[in-house]
Design a protein around this ligand. Structure first.
Ligand code: FES
Length: 165
């Protein structure tokens, strides 16, 4: 991304939120990551339109800010689906079939890793160890962590989530 590239403006309520965060944090050492976290917490993502504002406040290039956003999978350019599913991709879970489980999860949710389903219901993200290695493979559905998840168990978790009010 070039600094000269034109980026659409943020809608003013979002811009006000980003500017408040920048006013609070931009002067702190190592401010970029805390700013990105706060922007994502407030807006559900770090929109591309916020990058020039953040870069300018920190005296960085847009490319530098964009590089950090894309380096950390935690940050999103678009809001997540209504429910985020996180599948552990670390060694112990892989040894217990997490690759096959992930393939099943992707089919079941209709989206790939780092993506959101077309209906906006699900986003799928990797995690590198939940600390449940002895009970792997582990999956988080929304805020709930589940151990020893099989494809069948995952389908039950999805059905429970879909049936919830
Ligand atoms: S490796 Fe998956 S929970 Fe630790």
């Amino acid at each position: 991304m070039s600094d000269a590239a034109s980026v659409p403006a943020l809608p003013s309520p979002a811009l006000a939120i980003v500017r408040d965060i920048l006013a609070r944090l931009a002067g702190e050492p190592g401010a970029l990551l805390p700013i990105l976290h706060d922007v994502q917490d407030a807006l559900g993502c770090v929109p591309a339109e916020a990058v020039p504002e953040i870069a300018s406040a920190l005296n960085l290039s847009r490319a530098e800010v964009h590089g950090v956003i894309t380096y950390y999978h935690h940050f999103r350019a678009q809001p997540a689906g209504r429910c985020v599913v996180r599948v552990c991709r670390a060694e112990a879970c892989q040894a217990m079939g997490a690759d096959a489980l992930l393939a099943h999860v992707e089919r079941r949710l209709g989206c790939a890793m780092h993506a959101t389903s077309a209906d906006g219901a699900w986003s799928l993200e990797p995690v590198f160890c939940f600390g449940l290695c002895a009970s792997s493979p582990a999956v988080m559905v929304g805020e709930e962590l589940h151990a020893r998840v099989t494809p069948q168990r995952f389908d039950s978790l999805v059905a429970e989530r879909q049936a919830a009010p």
